[in-house]
Design a protein around this ligand. Structure first.
Ligand code: SAM
Length: 235
């Protein structure tokens, strides 16, 4: 991967970035995504935010090597603190982290989102946390994709301002993805079902405390939802 050739995962994120936008890429190790988008002439300017010094320095180096220092500003900052009001950031991308971490970054910095119209996220796990955050914070899910790369499955969610009524099924498997029902989507949930079965078996051997019982019930509920989705029984 380099600033001309992204992984399929990052290419998918890039494909949802609107033309001529002002972008903030948060957790921008190497600044691959903003440099690629600038190379393609797709964005006007970008902030690349990084909280760790090593990746921050790698991002700064790549931006300079590509001659984009006037258009991409690399900032050492925690989450959305990288965004200032005067930047007029319209699009935020956060990818390559767990859904819970992405959600905590969005929640901690939601006061920085005043000009933001679109948020594109690629959680490695727990996309449900981001969908729940979206509903609670006046965003809806306008598109979703799922892809397989190097035997790993990635979901990409596109959030825009708006409201929607999502069922538990929508929140768990994705209101858009569940209707697309691609082969990768089915493979993801077949894998997760096997993992849940393994966890339930392990929990059967543990002392049946209230917490263990709650965990099992929660997994069973999710398994029922997914079974119905895969059997096309969920409305
Ligand atoms: N976004 C790139 C990608 O998808 O290829 C890099 C993913 S890398 C696994 C996650 C990056 O996010 C790391 O460089 C990490 O330092 C950074 N990161 C984690 N938490 C962060 C936060 N709160 N604010 C900014 N960056 C963060």
């Amino acid at each position: 991967m380099n600033t001309n050739q992204l992984s399929e995962r990052l290419s998918m994120v890039a494909s949802f970035v609107p033309k001529d936008t002002v972008l903030a890429d948060i957790g921008s190790d190497h600044a691959y995504l903003p440099c690629y988008l600038m190379n393609k002439g797709k964005i006007r300017k970008a902030i690349a935010g990084e909280v760790v010094t090593g990746p921050f320095e790698a991002a700064t180096r790549n931006v300079a090597l590509n001659g984009f220092a006037d258009h991409i500003e690399v900032r050492l900052a925690n989450g959305l603190q990288a965004i200032e009001d005067a930047d007029n950031v319209e699009t935020v991308t956060i990818e390559g982290m767990g859904g819970t971490l992405i959600t905590s970054i969005l929640e901690a910095g939601k006061d920085r989102l005043s000009h933001v119209q679109r948020i594109i996220v690629q959680p490695n796990l727990h996309a449900i946390a981001i969908r729940e955050w979206a509903v609670a914070n006046g965003f809806c899910i306008v598109d979703e994709e799922i892809l397989l790369e190097d035997n790993k499955i990635y979901e990409v969610l596109v959030l825009e301002r708006g409201t929607a009524n999502y069922s538990k099924t929508d929140l768990l498997v994705g209101p858009v993805l569940r209707h697309k029902q691609s082969d990768v989507f089915r493979a993801k949930w077949e894998r997760d079902m096997l993992e849940w079965q393994r966890v339930i078996k392990a929990l059967e051997h543990a002392e049946q405390t209230e917490e263990i019982k709650r965990k099992k019930a929660n997994i069973q509920e999710n398994m029922d939802i997914v079974r119905k989705v895969l059997a096309h029984e969920e409305k």
